[in-house]
Design a protein around this ligand. Structure first.
Ligand code: F6P
Length: 555
């Protein structure tokens, strides 16, 4: 029997009715009505605390949302994901990023094959590579030890390693040959050109990171890098193209054939599997830059933290399950309170790239409008999600959060303790105080967003431009400390949140067909730009834009 769309079933309809009363309720009244709201809506797991008390919901909302999760078949869907069923239906394959963080003594048999030995064989190959770098034994074509590694990749082959290396830079191991890790992703070559102007080709190696190994952005950068190395090193005695290719390139991809065609030495390739989605891939070979920076021990800690969250996701009851609750808060806001903007606000400079990472994770996964069976959805899916470091955003877009016309859900993210390991006492005291200042701002902002004018003592009537409505919902995610393990758990928390929402919205979070048409049309446009032929097929605006380029080039 075919099921009715989710928005026509009982739990959704009950929520829609309930929302009619909740829409007019202010957060300040919810807090005034009940003591112990924090305890009622706060949960802990894997070194993380999730405080959902500042969501605009009540116990009844909470219970109805749990009904919705059950009615959407969430427990069965989660099991199907984690057990390796073909949950990515449009590409007919499993989505098994969680297998990448299973411990070596685990076993996960999928379609007759235990995946764990292969996963750990790749981790062991990564470990051997990292050891060579850290021993100063990975040498360039002229015999000098490699010092700079530039990751060439884009999207999931860039954002994860970029975000994590930035977040965990404090965890560089001591006493090893120091490797600097850089990232170049933009197809226009501007980031790469900057590195090429500064780095020494003799001591620079490029990691070509691309699941498909067909992404034009990455391959364009790779060609430029290869030509730079060849032209700079080609004149050195005893150096030929083969040696440069061998010593200065590592490939990470799901396509060994394409890496071979490009000339990557087979023993300098790290392969991964089609069942790992690009934006879920930092846990294996794509994470090589992370392991090069922080060492394999810390990389394995990152995996262990994510695995702890995977276990929690599998085992915890829905009402205590962090990814489930985070997802349900989002569903409540998007689908029932009409709040379709979501801001990610970390209060720790090390998480500078976390919002950019989540922009891909959430919007490329759930920016969909067609269900598994090809039906147009009749409700909103992924909200517009953006963010940046909270303290800096306070001086940029918080004005809109406080006094604009848009309702926005916010995630505040912060570690409780920082800098207590700084050895110089005076510096430690100053830095710890700066961290407390940061936390004070984090807590104050979520409070003002919640209470509005009620956050300040009544000082008489104020003009409209000094008034604050409040009632903006938020979640606070606290980490005991930002460590490889808690960061792993934090990322896995959001990965599973995305899956829970996709399950309720009945969409596939593991494909991204929406980006394909743009790539195809860009190829056609490039052919016209280069060949000066076929302009007549273009619309009036595109024709004029192309002609402007030709004119400027002639001038
Ligand atoms: O543009 C979409 C996308 O396919 C992402 O999903 C992916 O992370 C990125 O491009 C890079 O793809 P690849 O790793 O195959 O180069």
């Amino acid at each position: 029997m075919t099921q009715l769309p989710i928005d026509q079933r009982g739990a959704w309809r009950a929520l829609a009715t309930h929302a009619e009363t909740m829409r007019g309720v202010h957060l300040r009244d919810l807090f005034a009505a009940a003591t112990g709201r924090h305890a009622a809506y706060t949960r802990h797991a894997a070194g993380l605390t999730l405080d959902l008390s500042k969501q605009r919901w009540s116990d009844e909302t909470f219970a109805l949302l749990l009904d919705l999760a059950r009615e959407a078949g969430l427990p069965e869907a989660s099991r199907a994901l984690l057990d390796g069923e073909r949950v990515n239906v449009s590409e007919d394959r499993p989505a098994l990023h969680t297998a990448l963080r299973l411990p070596a003594d685990a076993s996960l048999v999928v379609e007759g094959e235990d995946l764990v030995p292969g996963v750990h064989a790749t981790l062991d190959r990564m470990a051997t590579m990292v050891e060579r770098f850290h021993a100063g034994q990975w040498r360039g074509a002229t015999g000098k030890a490699i010092r700079n590694v530039v990751n060439l990749g884009v999207g999931g082959s860039d954002l994860g390693p970029l975000m994590v290396t930035h977040a965990l830079a404090d965890y560089r191991p001591e006493g090893v040959h120091r490797i600097e890790v850089h990232f170049a992703s933009t197809m226009d070559g501007s980031q790469l050109a900057d590195y090429l102007s500064r780095l020494n080709p003799e001591t620079t190696l490029f990691v070509l990171s691309s699941k498909s190994f067909t992404t034009i952005d990455t391959l364009s950068n790779a060609r430029t890098a290869r030509d730079w190395l060849m032209s700079r090193l080609g004149q050195e005695e005893g150096v030929d193209d083969g040696l440069v290719m061998r010593q200065h390139f590592i490939g990470v991809s799901a396509s060994p054939e394409k890496m071979n065609d490009w000339g990557i030495a087979p023993d300098h390739q790290l392969e991964f599997w089609e069942w790992v989605g690009g934006r879920y891939s930092l846990w294996g070979g794509i994470g090589l830059p992370i392991a090069l920076l922080v060492g394999m021990g810390n990389f394995r800690e990152l995996l262990a933290g994510a695995h702890a969250m995977d276990r929690h996701f599998r085992e915890a009851a829905l009402a205590d399950n962090l990814p489930v609750l985070l997802a349900l808060a989002g569903i409540w806001n998007v689908n029932f309170l009409d709040i379709r903007a979501h801001s990610i606000l970390p209060y720790d400079g090390r998480l500078e790239y976390f919002a950019a990472y989540l922009e891909q994770l959430e919007m490329e996964s759930n920016g969909k409008s067609v269900t598994h069976d090809g039906r147009e959805v009749g409700y909103s899916t992924c909200p517009v999600l953006w963010g940046q470091l909270g303290p800096n955003a306070q001086h940029a877009f918080y004005q809109l959060l406080h006094q604009g016309t848009q309702a926005v859900e916010c995630d505040f993210i912060a570690p409780l303790v920082r800098y207590d390991d700084v050895t110089d006492e005076a510096t430690r005291d100053h830095l710890m105080s700066q961290h407390r200042l940061t936390l004070a701002n984090c807590f104050a902002q979520s409070r003002v967003l919640m209470l509005g004018d009620d956050a300040i003592e009544d000082d008489g009537p104020r003009p409209g431009h000094k008034r604050y409505r409040g009632n903006q919902p938020s979640t606070t995610v606290l980490l005991e400390r930002l460590t490889p393990a808690t960061l792993g758990a934090l990322i896995a928390l959001y990965e599973h949140k995305v899956f829970v929402q996709a399950t309720i919205w009945e969409i596939n979070p593991f494909d991204q067909w929406g980006v394909e048409l743009g790539k195809k049309i860009a190829g056609e446009t490039q052919r016209i730009l280069e060949s000066h032929q076929g302009l007549e097929a273009m619309d009036d605006s595109t024709r004029a834009l192309i002609e402007a380029v030709w004119q400027a080039e002639r001038a």
